[in-house]
Design a protein around this ligand. Structure first.
Ligand code: SF4
Length: 473
């Protein structure tokens, strides 16, 4: 068990996204390759979907299926439980993270499990399962390579699909040298992966239970589907005598016909692959094995009841909105201080704790790129905008934001003030040093080149053009 560094504690303290992003931006080279790496994935996604002429129809269909299922979630959940139970699985219901962790712990205690292998599951991150089990003397090993790297470093994933995307290969080499005993200075990805494989293989063989996430659960058949690229979920499920599958209740879809739609969308949106390398269907426990499925609410019912935000539950966790978001790409996943970062995280988290996550809806340019790529058509930018209004109404916006916004509103409501303000700014930009102007612009001016001030206002320019236009006509 690794205990070298303490994991960041998740508490009620307000997240200061701007400050955390500024800290990430101190390492300019890291910001640049982080940005480039994510944009590379975004471009791969674009190339992949160009080969699917019916892409927009698939998105529409997926959105409709999810909305249909969410609007009848109670019925589908009961149907799923009945079918899964008939298949031989044990279905558990968890109201919140605490109950989820308790249920998993009880299963492990009953099975005398001391070693658990886990494949990627953002839900267990959300529930803080690792820390909970480790404090009860159960060894938990994340077996997804990226997750294992951040686990060894006592960090949280910074991306839901690529958990260690914020790290350079040299840093991973240092982590492996410290924890796995590899040669210092190793940075070749093939050698690093080979070392991780040897290390993880031992853990798989020693495990008494495997916990996996769930990408889709099928109400009609009671089956679950797990998508991975590394086969780690499959190895864990195949070897361990106990398989626990933890899933949020929004993972439900009606059945296999609908599954086909989502499988075509998921990997293409996530990484530009046509399909994940492993798409594993689990319907019943193998002979001599126990299969437990834990259905977790943890605030989802409440989100489902919010007229402005229930559609966020359509999310299939592909990560495409993060890869395309200019703020995420240049501020890093950890700056959000949440299990799910990026645009979808900024929509989901204020509903969990408005005070803590009040800054996140503002961590967006509202350019709408997230909405444009989302395979299930979640109107992310509209929901972010709505959360901003609610944050302000609840008095959770910072004092600076409130003063500047109300000053801005008064100025923008008066054409004379806009015109006078513009003239003042043009004058100031001409006579004051650029460094001072950047300081006056606050954080906005920190990393920006100031534009050359125009010689006249837009109104003057427009009027002049209008006269010219009339002359030509
Ligand atoms: S909100 Fe849409 S784009 Fe973002 S992770 Fe979810 S499904 Fe993917």
């Amino acid at each position: 068990m690794t205990t070298a560094r303490a994991l960041p504690v998740l508490d009620h303290t307000a997240v200061d996204h701007a400050a955390a992003a500024a800290a990430f931006n101190d390492d300019e080279a890291r910001v640049d390759w982080h940005d480039d790496a994510l944009w590379f994935v975004r471009e791969k996604r674009d190339r992949a979907i160009e080969l699917v002429p019916e892409w927009e129809a698939l998105r529409e269909l997926a959105s409709g299926i999810k909305e249909h299922t969410l609007s009848r979630l109670d019925e589908y959940l009961i149907a799923f439980e009945a079918a899964a139970t008939a298949n031989g699985a044990t279905v558990h219901w968890a109201r919140d993270a605490k109950e989820h962790n308790r249920i998993v712990h009880e299963i492990l205690v009953r099975g005398k499990v001391k070693h658990l292998v886990k494949s990627k599951s953002m839900l267990t991150e959300e529930c803080g399962l690792n820390a909970y089990l480790e404090s009860r003397d159960i060894d938990v090993v994340d077996t997804d390579l990226g997750e294992r790297i951040v686990q060894l470093r006592r960090e949280h994933p910074s991306h839901i699909v690529m958990p260690a995307i914020h790290l350079k290969k040299e840093e991973i080499g240092d982590t492996f040298a410290e924890h796995l005993g590899t040669a210092p200075g190793l940075s070749d990805p093939i050698e690093l992966t080979a070392a991780a494989r040897v290390h993880l293989r031992e853990r798989f063989l020693a495990a008494h239970a495997a916990l996996t996430g769930v990408n889709f659960a099928l109400a009609e058949t009671g089956g679950i589907v797990v998508c991975t690229n590394e086969g780690n979920a499959d190895l864990g499920m195949a070897l361990a005598p106990i398989h626990i599958a933890s899933m949020g209740i929004e993972k439900l879809i009606p059945g296999p016909r609908e599954l086909a739609v989502f499988l075509r969308l998921l990997a293409r949106s996530a990484t530009g692959q046509r399909m994940t390398v492993y798409t594993s269907h689990v319907h019943r426990p193998a002979e001599g094995q126990e299969l437990h499925i834990v259905l977790v609410d943890n605030g989802r019912s409440e989100q489902l009841g919010r007229a402005d935000f229930w559609r966020s539950l359509k999310c299939i966790r592909c990560g495409a909105c993060m890869n395309t978001c200019p703020v995420y790409r240049r501020s890093g996943g950890h700056s959000y201080g949440a299990t799910i970062p990026g645009p979808i995280g900024s929509v989901l988290t204020p509903g969990i704790d408005l005070h803590k996550y009040a800054a996140l809806p503002f961590a967006s340019t509202l350019c709408g790129s997230c909405t444009a790529v989302c395979p299930v058509k979640i109107d992310l930018d509209a929901q972010l905008y709505r959360w901003r209004q609610l944050v302000v109404d609840a008095g959770e916006a910072s004092a600076t934001k409130r003063v500047v916004a109300s000053l801005g509103a008064s100025v923008l409501a008066s054409p004379r003030l806009v015109s006078a303000g513009g003239a003042l700014m043009r004058f100031a930009m001409r006579v004051l040093p650029a460094g001072l102007m950047r300081k006056l612009a606050g954080p906005w001016g920190h990393d920006r080149e100031l534009p050359v001030p125009p010689s006249e206002s837009f109104t003057a320019w427009y009027k002049a053009r209008g006269r010219k236009g009339n002359d030509v006509a």
